[in-house]
Structure formats: C-alpha cells, structure tokens
Design a protein around this ligand. Sequence first.
Ligand code: SF4
Length: 371
Amino acid sequence: MSSESPKPVANLLGRSGAELRQFLESLGEPGYRGAQIYHAMYSERKFDFAAMTNLPGALREKFAREVAIALPRIAKRYHSADGTVRYVLALEQATQTEGSPGRTLQPANIETVFMPEEKRQTICISTQAGCAVDCQFCLTATLGLLRNLTAGEIVGEVLVALEDNRVTLKPQTNIVLMGQGEPMLNYDAVMAALRILLDQNGVGIAPRHVALSTSGIIPGIERLAQEEVRPNLAISLNASSNEQRDRIMPINRKYPLEMLLEACRKYPLRPREWLLFEYVLLGGFNDSPEDARRVVRLLSGIRAKVNLIPWNPGALPFQRPEPDRVNEFQKILMDKGVLTFVRDSRGQDVMAACGQLALSEATAAITAISS
Ligand code: SF4
C-alpha cells in the first residue's frame, strides 16, 4: 500500500472565467477550456465533469480524479405552508480566496431560503456564518461572527437552491443578500460571487433582480458605488434618530445617521434606480408619527423607497406594532411623497434564526426597488 497521501482536490466553484483559463493553462490545456467549464458549471449547472461532453474524454477523466465542483451540502430542509423552503447548508473547511487569501475557514452551517411565487423565485443568501454587527432585533447576532463565506460558497448557495427546485423553476430569479452576515464586511468575496451571478455567461441573473442589504457600512457603500456591475442597494434603517438607532444597531455609533445618509445622497443612482430603506417597526419603540416625520426628513433629497416591516414577536423582546400605527406611519411617508410599502412575512413557520430580520420581506425587496 502506498504511503503517499492523496493529491488535494481543487474546487473550481467560485472561480472566475480568468481564473479558470489560468488554471487550465497551468495544466498545459488550452485556455478556452476554462471558458467551456465556466459556462457548463454556472450557466448549465453541470457539476459532474462526465456531463461536460464538449471536453475531451481524457481531460474529463483527469478532472474527475483531481478536481471537484463542490457545492455546499444540504444538511436540512424546512418546508413552509406557503411554499418557502429554508435550507441549512453545511460548509466544509475551506481556504479563504478573497480579502485575506490563505486563511483557513472552519466548517460552519448557514441558511439559504428559496421563496417561490407565481412568475419568479427569490433566493435569500448568506454572506457570512454568524455576524459581528450585533443588531438587537436579529437572532444571527447572537452567534457572533463564525466566519466569512468564500465566493464559491456564496455562488454555491444560489446553485443549490436552483438545482433543488429545478423542475418547478419560473423564468425569473431574484436574489437578495439578506441572510446571515453583513455583505459589506465580506466585500471581496461578495463581489467576486456577484460578478459570476450577474454575468450573462455565468449564472445569468439580471442586476436589477438582485439586492444587497447593508446595516450601513459606509466604506462598503462607497466601494459599491464605484462598481461597474452592481446589485441594487438596500439600507437597513430601522430608526429615526441616532439615539434610537444606537440602541438597536450599535454599528450606528461608528457610522451615525447623518454620515450614512450623506453617503446615500452621494450614491450615484442610475436612471430608474432607487435606494431601498428597510424599516422594522418595533411596537412602541420606533413606530410613532414623530418617528415617521423624522424619517421623511432623513430621506429628503434621496431617491428612496421604504419597506415597513411590522415586527413579528418571537424570541426577542420587542412588540408587534398596532395595525393603526403601521397605517399611520405609512400614510405620513406617502403624504410627503415617499413611496412606502408594508411587507408581510413569508415562511414564518420555518424561519428560525434567519439573518437580517429583513428576510421576512425579502421577496418584496426587489419589487420595491424595481417597480
Ligand atoms: S441584521 Fe444583518 S447585519 Fe445586523 S446582526 Fe443580523 S445579520 Fe448582522
């Protein structure tokens, strides 16, 4: 028996077209084979080299032995009465490829949610396992940050959800980055994943059908503003004053409202692009008419839409707002010309520690931005 340890298997998932070309060339193969694999893996969702019949047989056999396209494993599925499926995905040990390359990432579980509708599906993905941002209304915050996801793991979430629902897929797919984690604190991996997801030769999701939600990390907003291809931007606002926001979103002490809204004012919106502000209505805390009037003032000068999300009581000590307060809040914003929607939750019977509380309105986020 040979004492030689098996060759490490390279995982191709998450590699860009250029990286695949380079990888193939490093093996002495023509670079265009990289483009073939890129298209097969991301666009056709072929994860078995044997199915890539445009590759020479010898290369398929060699790859089957030495290379992998390793998707996150579905550890659990929870089916909601409304069709929503919540996945717990198990991530293996991995090596960070973006940000601080080379760092070992330990195994972790994350959540991905698939929400079918009549003409489309929305997939809510995580960008980190756990989260360090510590929003007081979010169960993920109680985990702390476990680790960042790699670009391959983020792309893998979408591919797993699409594959698992292959036979019932509708023509349009929306993606919201509203699961576990703060996307702006794993920026490089998130953008590397988005370049593949938004590439029409890659996974092929239209940029207008993708929304990235942030708790208000200003350097991330400024970086996103410079990107040529980028998703819609959503800001998790949730308060009408610094005092209030400091209490439920400690990140506000670092990036207070006036700085955050200044960054939003400077954000270079394209024609027909809007900034979406998510506002979780916590009964008796941030749902008064005065709060609504302050929100109007905060958002002045910004092409903004607002999603109001009435809090659903659960494990955390907040109250559901009275329906009259929700209606009044909405009316005050609408009367001042701020397009405002009230969003109902989906899949509540299967949601445990979903990431951003805004997950409850994930399907609505894209509609709100693009309609
Ligand atoms: S709401 Fe988002 S940013 Fe805030 S703690 Fe939860 S996952 Fe992190």
